[in-house]
Design a protein. Structure first.
Length: 75
């Protein structure tokens, strides 16, 4: 069984510290779709979804970009 990635927790820490610009920068270089989906779930679980509209837009755009087969990053 795969170990969960620490990346969503780190981005959540940036948001809780009041640094949405750094969180958006991290979202733009997200490791993969799985991590972005985990971040969305963490935001929803913490009832923070919608608090930072720019972050929500960045997550949606990154999910869309990474979902295209030709844009997947190599491991």
């Amino acid at each position: 069984m795969a170990r969960p990635s620490p990346w969503p927790d780190k981005v959540m820490a940036l948001l809780r510290a009041g640094n949405p610009a750094a969180a958006i920068a991290q979202v733009k270089v997200a490791p993969g779709v799985r991590e972005l989906q985990a971040l969305q779930k963490a935001l929803a679980a913490a009832q923070l979804a919608g608090r930072w509209p720019d972050v929500d837009v960045a997550i949606a755009q990154s999910l869309q970009a990474l979902s295209a087969p030709r844009l997947h990053r190599s491991p």
